[in-house]
Write a protein of this length. Structure first.
Lengths: 387, 359, 251
């Protein structure tokens, strides 16, 4: 027996068996105990509850939602809310981060100082504190009666009211896609057109693309317009409350602002790191070829810096998406809050936690897959960047 | 007289300024815009925080609210709640002392003389024990104060310290398991680490605080505070494990081979050869992880703890100080800033020192 | 392990096979080394020299055949492996000193924690061997502060501090500048003259001529030739050996 235990192969097999076995046992025991405890409270395990109606409501949804809708619909709403808040937050954070990051790499000392101050302050204050802060700021804004007004928008303690076109849902979605295309098309055209073309010609092609997409959006909006209503629905005071327009609730704005500011400070550092990784030699080589500073930036510095920062940026994006779960702190019904509410109201604890894990795993994996593809597509062949 | 002495160098200085800030039109514009922004913000901030601010409680909240600047009176009136939460008033000196103990412990562990496994463990063990005795009492003539009464900064620090204290050894274990040569062990551990990393911390805290009691036998469930600490330590360790593993990958393979050839056992190789070198490699990233984890302790507010953020909400949330939320958040932000900024500066300093040392 | 009086050869390798995945790195190696014998192993790069001597203290696990060291067979028995590693010292091409410890600590560590020697005794031994490799004055320095030749001598001292019965050398001078090679070889010659059992992978043919009892030539994972040095250098029958020798000695 003792000689058997001294055998390396036997030992290795035993160790592995013990490790995997005890972890599996722990998990299984936990699940078994939980099922028993829940059964004692009259909760049957299983996913039948998904098709039952919830009996409670959400305060923010891009899809129609009532208390009569089933749980699975609410989970979907939660995921969409998370993704929506996530993408708005990411977009804003990326814009802020790019500006600050460029300031930090600028040759101007004052701009650098400004960028650095920004990063030092906002990176070092916890995100949730910033969420609380902005939420308090917004909810302390004036009541609808004395709202701030600008360009048809109303800023009140109950949220930001923006005018929206009176257009049917499908047409609206299509129009949004067209607007995205109006931004994406020139970029794509710029990439595919050849460098040998004169800049003026390329610019003309890009502008034409953007204009076509914008015109498309306008046509879609005109066709989808709801009958008998003014073209644009402006928010306005009616009694004690505001009617019309689109309300962006304080919960959403507070989260989006906080994520933009906090995430921006991290992304600024990533941008700076990316630019730092571009060798001086490459830029000098480009300059010595007689390229203008602007072309050196767009053709050499930016592409190389982007490649260097992309992997880190991917991690940061994943982190920021996960940070949307702070919605629960101010009552924004993101995916996690829906899960928490489900557990509270239905008691389907294990199932809800399972759905939560599966949801975030899916989000993370798909984000990773997207970034891997981008990374592969733009990766330099061979080891040039490191060499 | 002095003017005359300075004068000859003045054109040089002006020329220097011109070259640095106004060389090209675009450069000059950028300089002006930056300068204007900075001056404007600095003036606004100083005016609000100092020149027009009210510092005394004498006028009461009403006078304070009327002032144009900040109302620091709310801090003067409520700082004890923010720092110590609901800890019994007469005993709050203990809470303060406990915070000092944690700060001293942190500062000590930044000194290279303490960077051996045994000394660090000693410093942290003693520091944490001291904190615990001071806060909880029930011995040495100190009155007993249960965990449910802990709060404010003291609770934040406690959660942070215990998270690290449990999470760090766990991280090392996970890292070792993940780089094991036995495939089942390394794959299972990898699954655990990646799984935890893909989840948001809040969901883990929530699971440990709310869901875990269902899945544990009664006698094992324990206090909610300790469950949450274990959850947060698990999360910390999943990230830290990858940092430690990175450090281990930086140790040349020959090091372990040399140790093997000398007849050292697995644990001797790990403890004497691999870990000391790996930890040194991983130090900057580790400090960064500490910084992140300190900021993340604030999330326990969501599962219902009365740490500094929650006590801040309470400090302005009730009654006559409702309007003074900015001041309260600014105060808490300042406290976080002091801790986090000094720690991250220290990390940056170490990183610079190490990268110089390598050459 | 009663290795001190175990009978027979110091190392006996029979039909040794070693695979890296599907790559056959060692093919049916047979080699026997007597106590006190000094073997030099040479051969082109990639011929399996390192793999072979690393099998002797189980830095590599073999896939077929038998290896017996000091009368104990290297098999899956953990106790055997530990015992053999204690009796077999090894010196590496890249020194592999522990950079976070001083020279003295490098030498004292294994005797203290593996052999459980008291600190004072371990230090005395360490200083004696540092003296022997002629760098007693560097004891308190860190490896990074020494030249390559000095580091390799420390590595030899470190191995000797375990008082091994067999020493393995894997190209100990290949990473050194020419002027440092001699100081390391000198130490190795002294060691050989004291009767240490040595297996050296090296291309220093002068060293082989002076101290080797046998020279082994490997190629393609096989032992191609095995002969006393005079015979090896002057009347080698094998084409591959002659080609290799002309390359090594050629310039
Ligand atoms: N860890 C390994 N994995 C795969 N192949 C290896 C490994 N180590 C060595 N080899 C291969 O085995 C062969 C012999 O290597 P080695 O013993 O190091 O040669 P030598 O020391 O004679 O130069 C080489 O072809 C090498 O590529
Ligand atoms: Mg070799």
């Amino acid at each position: 027996m003792s000689s058997l235990l001294r055998n390396q192969k036997v030992r290795n097999a035993l160790l592995q068996l013990l490790y995997v076995g005890s972890i599996a046992a722990l998990v299984l025991a936990g699940v078994a105990i939980a099922r028993q405890n829940l059964a004692e409270q009259g909760i049957t395990s299983g996913f039948d509850f998904l098709s039952k109606s919830t009996g409670w409501d959400v305060n923010f949804s891009l899809l129609p939602a009532t208390a009569n809708d089933p749980y699975w619909w609410f989970f979907l709403i939660g995921i969409i809310n998370t993704l929506f808040l996530g993408s708005v937050g990411l977009m804003l954070a990326t814009i802020v981060g790019t500006i600050v990051g460029l300031a930090r790499t600028s040759s101007n000392e004052l701009a650098r100082l400004l960028g650095r101050t920004y990063v030092d302050i906002f990176r070092n204050i916890p995100l949730i504190l910033q969420v609380f802060f902005w939420y308090a700021v917004i909810t302390h804004l004036p009541t609808p009666r004395s709202a701030y007004e600008a360009w048809g928008m109303l800023l009140t303690s109950r949220g930001l009211y923006v005018p929206v076109p009176n257009v049917g849902g499908p047409a609206m979605t299509l129009a949004i896609f067209a607007l995205i295309a109006a931004i994406a098309l020139p970029v794509w055209l710029g990439r595919t057109s050849r460098l040998s073309q004169p800049i003026g010609e390329r610019l003309a092609i890009q502008l034409a693309g953007a204009a076509a997409a914008l015109a498309g959006a306008a046509i879609i909006l005109a066709i989808g317009r709801l009958p008998d209503l003014p073209l644009v629905d402006f928010p306005a005071l009616q009694g004690l409350n505001l009617k019309g327009g689109l309300r962006i609730p304080p919960e959403f704005s507070a989260l989006a602002i906080a994520i933009a500011i906090y995430g921006g400070s991290y992304i600024a550092e990533i941008v700076r790191g990316g630019f730092k990784a571009v060798g001086k030699g490459q830029m000098e080589a480009a300059l010595s070829l007689g390229l203008s500073p602007w072309r050196v930036f767009t053709l050499v510095r930016l592409p190389l810096a982007l490649r260097a920062m992309l992997p880190i940026l991917a991690n940061q994006y994943v982190w920021l998406i996960k940070a949307t779960t702070m919605g629960i702190a101010v009552g924004f019904t993101d995916f996690f809050m829906i899960v928490a509410l489900t557990i509270n109201h239905s008691g389907q604890t294990l199932e809800a936690i399972g759905i939560l894990m599966a949801g975030f795993l899916t989000i993370n994996l798909s984000l990773a897959a997207v970034f891997n593809r981008i990374n592969k597509a733009i990766a330099l062949k061979g080891n040039q960047l490191r060499g | 007289m002095e003017m005359i002495v300075v004068a000859p160098s003045a054109p040089g200085r002006i020329e220097d300024l011109r070259r640095r800030f106004f060389a090209r039109p675009l450069q000059a514009l950028l300089s002006l815009v930056s300068l204007a922004t900075m001056v404007f913000l600095a003036w606004k901030l100083l005016n609000w925080a100092i020149f027009s601010a009210v510092f005394t409680t004498s006028g009461g909240p009403e006078a304070c609210q009327a002032a144009a600047g900040a109302c620091w009176s709310v801090i003067a009136a409520r700082w004890r709640i923010i720092l110590f939460g609901l800890y019994p008033f007469e005993e709050q000196w203990r809470s303060a002392l406990a915070c000092v103990a944690v700060v001293v412990m942190t500062v000590l562990s930044c000194i290279p003389a303490f960077w051996t496994g045994r000394r660090i463990a000693l410093v942290w063990g003693v520091g944490t024990a001291l904190y615990y005795v001071l806060m909880k009492g029930g011995m040495l003539g100190l009155a007993y104060v249960g965990e449910e009464a802990w709060g404010g900064l003291a609770l934040t620090l406690f959660i942070f310290v215990t998270t690290c204290l449990i999470g760090f050894p766990l991280a090392i274990c996970l890292a070792l398991l993940r780089r094991s040569e036995l495939p089942w062990i390394s794959h299972t551990t990898g699954l655990i680490i990646d799984g935890v990393r893909s989840l948001p911390l809040i969901s883990i805290l929530f699971t440990f605080a709310v869901v875990l009691p269902f899945a544990l036998p009664q006698w094992l469930a324990g206090d909610k505070l300790y469950r949450v600490i274990i959850g947060s330590a698990l999360f910390f360790s999943a990230y830290q494990a990858e940092i430690v593993r990175g450090g281990m990958q930086g140790v040349p393979k020959g090091q372990e081979e040399a140790a093997m050839a000398l007849g050292m056992s697995y644990w001797q190789r790990i403890g004497r050869i691999l870990l000391p070198q790996a930890m040194r490699n991983a130090l900057p990233a580790t400090i960064n992880q500490f910084v992140i984890s300190f900021k993340e302790t604030s999330l326990v507010v969501i599962v219902g703890f009365f740490e500094i953020l929650a006590s801040g909400n309470a400090a302005y949330g009730t009654g006559e100080w409702r309007f003074a939320y900015v001041e309260v958040y600014a105060f808490i932000a300042f406290i976080y800033f002091v801790f986090v900024f000094s720690l991250s500066r220290y990390g940056a300093f170490l990183e610079r020192r190490m990268s110089v040392g390598e050459r | 392990m009663n290795s001190t009086q175990s009978p027979g050869a110091a190392v006996r390798i029979e039909n040794l096979d070693k695979y890296y995945g599907s790559f056959h790195a060692l093919r049916k190696i047979n080699l026997s080394v007597e106590r006190g014998e000094r073997i030099v192993v040479c051969g082109p790069s990639g011929s399996g020299k390192s793999t072979m001597i690393r099998c002797i203290n189980r830095l590599e696990q073999h896939n077929g055949g038998r290896i017996t060291v000091l009368g104990t067979e290297l098999n899956d028995d953990v106790g055997n492996i530990d015992g053999i590693r204690r009796e077999v010292g090894m010196v590496f091409q890249h020194f592999n000193l522990f950079p976070h410890m001083t020279v003295l600590e490098n030498c004292m560590l294994a005797p203290m924690i593996v052999r459980k020697q008291p600190r004072a005794e371990a230090e005395a031994t360490a200083r004696r061997y540092l003296e022997k490799v002629r760098i007693p004055e560097q004891a308190m320095k860190f490896p990074g502060q020494l030249s390559g030749g000095q580091q390799q001598r420390v590595a030899i001292a470190r191995a000797l501090c375990m008082q091994p019965q067999i020493m393995l050398f894997d190209e100990p001078t290949s990473a050194l500048d020419p002027e440092m090679i001699a100081e390391v070889l000198d130490v190795m010659v002294t060691l050989a003259s004291e009767g240490m059992t040595m297996i050296c992978v090296t291309h220093e043919m002068g060293f082989a001529r002076r101290v080797a009892d046998r020279v082994i030539f490997m190629d393609g994972g096989e032992i191609v030739e095995e002969a006393p040095p005079e015979e090896f250098f002057t009347s080698s029958r094998n084409e591959r050996t002659r080609q290799f020798l002309s390359q090594v000695l050629g310039h």
